[in-house]
Design a protein. Structure first.
Lengths: 317, 100, 167
């Protein structure tokens, strides 16, 4: 009993510490990769090839003055970034990185992830409202509406995979893909999942809540210092979660020849990060009405049709 | 081992609190939220009974209640938005056109 | 009498739910009230998950209530963004009467409902899986399920029709 408990605690510490470190270095890789894509060098000054840049950034944010605007709603202003980061990090607890490396195994893992991801929306709304000025509140309302509508397609696109594997347990979903990855059966759902994930993450073609030409920086305009770092960490932690989910649901999780499972998992996950960064360097931002029209008039019918076709095929086969 | 009567009494307490809120507050939002609280209290009782009796009917009913609560919130808030547009208030006392 | 660990869990969760329910009703500012309701719903979900063996309901509770309904509420409250003065409420005139009425109602409910429940919750026995529940919904209660889906569809249409300036 105690041995089990100690093991769980160790796993928790390892997962969260590694995740926070990975998150910090993700920002570095994002800047570096985008730099090279735009024929720049990216960060070069701190350490060899700028490798210590994330640490310097973290230190800078840590020692910065913590500004609380006069019109803000103090408690909510402090509470929102904490809620956002907690909702993002807690999701890591159920991700199976390999067959036996995960903090805990839930038989309703998919629902757990969907539910806590939806609570994260509230943090953005609160952050926007509590700042007490106009750009944050517009950004907060936008991001809530955006995440809210794209969550629906995210859920629907996952539905086909759940129908095929017949379980909500992430481990069983991966086990069901030992012969063929789900992406072969569900290519449409995969595409919809990626688009919905970009919308959910507020990443570039859909980064309307942070559209700097219209809204300064969206809901975190008034945030500075470590509270801003919380939002930043939460955003990248959400990127990790979305990539992990894509790997688990569509790309066969830790399955792969020769190399051990966890290495395969990380390779696939990194490919996803790279894809997200690549998308950011490639596409311009959508207009808000275009964005909503794509969601409700194209993605929703497509996902519903996908579920219908999956059901019919499963009944016939 | 928790006796079922604890759960029932607990849910009744929550239900009463929600009812007091729905009757005494004058802010439309809080009235609506108190109604959600009452629905939630009913859910607690239903799921408690379902779990203690070992059948699933209570859980099925709870799912339906959650669905109805979502519909209620959507329509209620739409009414609030329309109301605010016409009367510029969210105070229930000020909405008395049908009273004479 | 021995104190059971599950009893402690129950009273702790029940205390949290009670406090946050009181918060919903008695806090003046609607945003804080909504946050209190959010806490209430999340702790209720934990109650379902830990003591009542209903993991599916717990997750649906968080997805629908916390993720959708509370976002609705906060969205509309923040959209209006009323100033502090507009939240002032007239104090309820017959507060004592209201309290007495609530107490009477509660006593009446207890009188009707309590005493007849013999069941016992035994947490840790493992609840029902999602499969059993969905089998139940999609066989025996299929008609009710379809009717509820029609209801929610009509509610969505009604909400759009009400909130839109002109159709």
């Amino acid at each position: 009993m105690t041995q089990e408990l100690v093991l769980v605690v160790i796993k928790m510490i390892v997962v969260f510490a590694v995740a926070l470190l990975v998150v910090a270095y993700l920002t570095y890789f994002e800047r570096k990769i985008i730099g090279h894509m735009q024929l720049r060098l990216g960060p070069m000054r701190v350490g060899p090839h700028g490798l210590l840049q994330p640490i310097a950034d973290g230190l800078k944010l840590f020692v910065k003055e913590d500004i609380v605007p006069h019109d803000s709603d103090r408690w909510t202003f402090y509470f929102a970034p904490i809620l956002n980061l907690v909702c993002a990090l807690v999701l890591l607890a159920v991700i199976p990185f390999s067959y036996n490396f995960m903090v805990t195994r839930l038989n309703i893992g998919v629902l757990y992830i969907l539910s806590l991801a939806s609570v994260g929306t509230i943090a953005l709304l609160l952050a926007g409202w509590s700042s007490g000025s106009k750009y944050p509140i517009l950004g907060g309302l936008r991001s809530a509406a955006q995440i809210f509508s794209y969550e629906i397609f995210l859920g629907f696109s996952i539905m086909g995979v759940l129908m095929i594997s017949g379980s909500l347990d992430l481990v069983k979903i991966v086990e069901a893909q030992s012969k063929v990855w789900n992406i072969v059966y569900q290519p449409v759902a995969f595409v919809v999942y990626i688009i919905a994930a970009l919308g959910e993450l507020n990443r570039t073609p859909f980064d309307l809540p942070e559209a700097e030409t219209e809204l300064v920086a969206g809901f975190h305009t008034e945030y500075s210092g470590f509270k801003f770092a919380y939002f930043f960490l939460a955003e990248y932690a959400n990127m990790i979660i979305v990539s992990c989910m894509a790997v688990i649901l569509f790309l066969g999780g830790w399955k792969g020849p020769v190399l051990p499972g966890i290495v395969w998992f990380l390779i696939k996950m990194c490919a996803f990060f790279y894809f997200f960064i690549w998308v950011r360097a490639t596409f311009p931002r959508y207009r808000y009405d275009q964005f909503m029209r794509i969601g409700w008039k194209i993605m929703l019918p497509v996902t519903l049709a996908n579920i219908l076709v999956t059901g019919i095929v499963m009944m016939l086969v | 081992m928790i006796p079922l009567s604890h759960i029932i009494i607990f849910s009744l307490i929550i239900f009463t609190i929600g009812m007091v809120g729905a009757l005494s507050r004058r802010n439309v939002f809080i009235v609506l939220m108190s109604i959600e609280l009452m629905l939630n209290a009913v859910n607690i009782a239903l799921i408690g009974v379902s779990s203690a009796m070992g059948n699933l009917i209570g859980q099925v009913l709870a799912i339906f209640i959650i669905t109805v609560a979502a519909g209620e919130a959507a329509v209620g808030l739409a009414i609030v938005v329309a109301l605010y547009r016409n009367r510029l208030t969210v105070n229930v006392d000020a909405i008395n056109l049908l009273k004479w | 009498m021995m104190i059971n660990a599950w009893d402690v869990v129950f009273f702790f969760l029940a205390g949290l739910i009670l406090l946050s329910a009181l918060g919903v009703v008695f806090i003046r500012h609607p945003v804080y009230s909504a946050l209190s309701l959010l806490a209430n719903l999340c702790v209720t979900a934990i109650l379902y998950l830990s003591l009542m063996g209903a993991p599916f309901i717990a997750m649906v509770q968080i997805i629908v209530y916390a993720g959708a309904i509370m976002v609705f509420f906060l969205f509309v409250i923040m959209l209006m963004n009323l100033s502090k003065g507009e939240y002032q409420e007239r104090a309820v005139p017959w507060r004592l009467l209201l309290g007495l009425g609530a107490a009477a109602l509660f006593a009446f409910q207890i009188f009707i409902l309590a005493g007849e429940w013999r069941g016992v919750l035994s947490p840790g026995a493992g609840g029902f899986g999602v499969k059993a529940l969905s089998h139940f919904i999609f066989t025996r209660y299929i008609l009710a399920f379809e009717l509820v889906s029609v209801l929610i569809f009509v509610a969505a249409l009604g909400a759009v029709a009400l909130a839109k300036k002109k159709l």
